[in-house]
Design a protein around this ligand. Structure first.
Ligand code: PLP
Length: 397
């Protein structure tokens, strides 16, 4: 087999920029990693036990393509009680292999070759590539630190063309931690209605909202019909390795997604589905505890970043801080590489998250408070060394 046999679409995909830093960090000793996008907690034990029990009980076969009905009923109940959105478990909910597969299915179900999908950047690294893999064209809209990286409705209007099919939004956001509240989502909804768009609303961090209750896009008046709601268990329930998520949408869209899913995946892993069932029934207390802990870390970490000269807005959700390093004169990549080599702190350069990310770093605070304190000590020393070298070069010139 040669290069010639590979698909042109795949050849054109860029490898994820996050990996290069992980590989570099993995080859060094004593590194504090603020790079990974996953909880540092292990999955609550009751969830693990329920999954083990399902194996002991012999539930090792496929489930229904859409997932266990019991689980879909529990998801339906969870969404209506937590976010006031009502989905019929029979035909409006699909259990998937992580939110990742739900995102992929959403795009494959709605995109025709050449259709444009608006993606908001800095944003989750998969969006643009998933749009391309579905045959679509990603159209990037860049948010900025001036608006705390919140998408402005007029930005969508500028990006819309005759080919625009959908927009992907994410609140709370990876990598900026920004959230869109009800009023802000309503502003976006007006444009969505005006241009007849579908919204893929990635709400995977909905449980990690620190200052106000999470607002689901499909709860906004008139938006249920236009929304594909994506969520899952990875972040809030500390279950990244279980690979379990879900999509919810009006019947017609959901059934189209199910058609793709039944050929491409059959169903999500059965034992993971039993674990998720327990997570929704009895795991909420654990989520509350984790949320409180993240909030404490966020408050400490963001305040400290600002104190050491890395300007950062207070992120409302997820577990990421997105400080600016523009004033240092270094690019995000140069800064991240030097910080790793000189102080052994791994962060992700903001440019890997697309337009608007340059000049920033993504720092995950899903690490123990002790680790965060040590990271701040090292970052502070690094910032001072940069200042010193600046003063020296000014004196020399
Ligand atoms: N969406 C966002 C915004 C994410 O940050 C991630 C993971 O980092 C995912 C989706 C994928 O989640 P899952 O583990 O459920 O596939």
């Amino acid at each position: 087999m040669t290069h010639r046999h590979l698909s042109n679409t795949v050849k054109q995909l860029k490898p994820s920029g996050i990996r290069r830093f992980f590989d570099l960090a993995a080859s060094m000793e004593g590194v504090i990693s603020l790079g990974v996008g996953e909880p540092d907690f292990v999955t609550p034990w009751s969830v693990c036990e329920a999954s083990i029990q399902s194996l002991e009980d012999g539930f090792t076969a496929y489930t229904a393509n859409a997932g266990l009905l019991e689980l879909r009923e529990e998801i339906s109940h969870y969404l209506s009680s937590s976010y006031q959105v009502n989905y019929n478990p029979k035909d409006e909910i699909l259990v998937t292999v992580g939110a990742s597969q739900a995102l992929d299915l959403s795009l494959r179900a709605i995109v025709d070759p050449g259709d444009e999908v608006i993606i908001v950047e800095p944003g989750f690294v998969s969006y643009a590539s998933l749009v391309s893999l579905a045959g679509g064209v990603p159209i990037s809209v860049a948010t900025t630190s001036e608006t705390e990286f919140k998408l402005q409705p007029e930005q969508i209007e500028k990006a819309v063309s005759e080919r625009t099919k959908a927009i992907m939004i994410c609140s709370p956001n990876n990598p900026t931690g920004s959230i869109l509240n009800k009023e802000e989502l309503s502003g976006i909804a007006q444009i969505v209605e005006k241009y007849d768009l579908v919204v893929i609303s990635d709400e995977i961090y909905s449980e990690l909202n620190y200052d106000e209750p999470h607002c689901s896009f499909s709860s906004i008046a008139g938006m249920f019909e236009r929304t594909i709601l994506i969520n899952g268990f990875s972040k809030g329930f500390a279950m990244t390795g279980w690979r379990l998520g879900y999509a919810c949408a009006p019947k017609e869209i959901l059934q189209a997604m199910l058609k793709v899913h039944q050929y491409a995946m059959m169903c999500a892993p059965t034992m993971a589905q039993y674990g998720a069932l327990e997570a929704l029934r009895n795991g909420r207390i654990d989520v509350d505890k984790m949320r409180k802990d993240y909030k404490r870390r966020r408050n400490y970490f963001v305040k400290s970043l600002n104190e050491i000269g890395m300007e950062c807005h207070m992120p409302g959700g997820a577990f990421y801080a997105f400080p600016s390093i523009k004033h240092t004169g270094l690019t995000s990549e140069e800064f991240a590489e030097a910080l790793l080599k000189e102080e052994r702190v791994a962060v992700v350069p903001g440019n890997v998250f697309g337009a608007g990310g340059e000049g920033h770093l993504r720092c995950s605070y899903a690490s123990s408070l002790e680790q965060l304190q040590e990271a701040i000590k090292r970052m502070s020393r690094f910032m001072m060394s940069l200042e010193k070298s600046e003063v020296k070069s000014v004196n020399e010139s």
